[in-house]
Design a protein around this ligand. Structure first.
Ligand code: PEP
Length: 247
């Protein structure tokens, strides 16, 4: 089986207004014929305009979260169908800021992944240990447990990716060593194969957590690293493009 096509996805989080669409345009103009798939996940209110602005180009637009239900009385929430209708092709699910800030459990994330698939969206399912869990020697157990609990059987045969994001590395400037990243990514791969058989080899495993132009090449060339989920450095076209070009 050939290696999965790398995916570089930018998570803008709660950053960006209409003015930021120019940054997305600059990213789209700069990606050229890089070998990676590239996506930007802006705040949901920008998805429609961004998808229209980037239509026909290489850069895909994604959401940062989607509800587990298709419609209903969920004030303030957004469904996968709405994201897809606005032009999103992918959606980040189970980001640690959602797991921690909104008490999302593995079961909730798995239900969100099912809903995303129903809407025709490609899920990027995030997992990652806290610093306390790593210090206690529990990183592999926690991460593989999250993979088992957050990835529903319905993903079999579908296009999806897993993002390993150590909670302590997100937005902190800290990153695990390359051998530490490889150890976790290999454990995730083994779990994916356990869950999905041969198909478990085709999903890229992204690394996320303080990926910057200066460390991207080393991280992206590590064993079983199939791309990156990039927060802060995806907000500036020059930085994000430098990461894309490091693939
Ligand atoms: C993220 O939140 O998904 C992330 C990886 O953030 P940062 O790159 O800023 O650490």
């Amino acid at each position: 089986m050939t290696a999965p096509t790398p995916l570089i996805a930018g998570n803008w989080k709660m950053n960006g207004t209409s003015a930021s669409l120019a940054e997305a345009q600059a990213i789209a103009e700069g990606v050229g014929d890089c070998p990676a798939r590239v996506a930007i996940c802006p705040p949901s209110i920008l998805i429609h305009r961004m998808a229209q602005a980037l239509a026909g180009g290489k850069v895909l637009v994604g959401g940062q979260d989607a509800h587990w239900d298709d419609a209903g009385a969920f004030t303030g929430d957004i469904s996968g169908e709405m994201l897809a209708d606005a032009g999103a092709k992918l959606v980040i699910l189970g980001h640690s800021e959602r797991r921690e800030g909104y008490r999302e459990t593995d079961e909730v994330v798995a239900n969100k992944a099912r809903a995303a698939l129903r809407a025709g969206l490609e899920p990027i399912v995030c997992v990652g240990e806290t610093l306390e869990q790593r210090k206690a020697g529990r990183a592999l157990e926690v991460v593989t447990g999250q993979v088992r609990g957050s990835l529903p059987a319905e993903l079999a045969g579908q296009t999806f990716s897993v993002a390993y994001e150590p909670v302590w590395a997100i937005g902190t400037g800290l990153t695990p060593t390359t051998p530490e990243i490889e150890e976790v990514h290999r454990a995730i791969r083994a779990t994916l194969v356990e869950l999905f058989g041969e198909h478990g080899k085709s999903a890229p495993i992204l690394y996320g957590g303080s990926v910057k132009p200066g460390n991207a090449a080393e991280i992206l060339h590590a064993d079983e690293v199939g791309g990156a989920l990039v927060g802060g450095a995806s907000l500036k076209a020059a930085d994000f493009l430098a990461i894309v070009r490091a693939v």
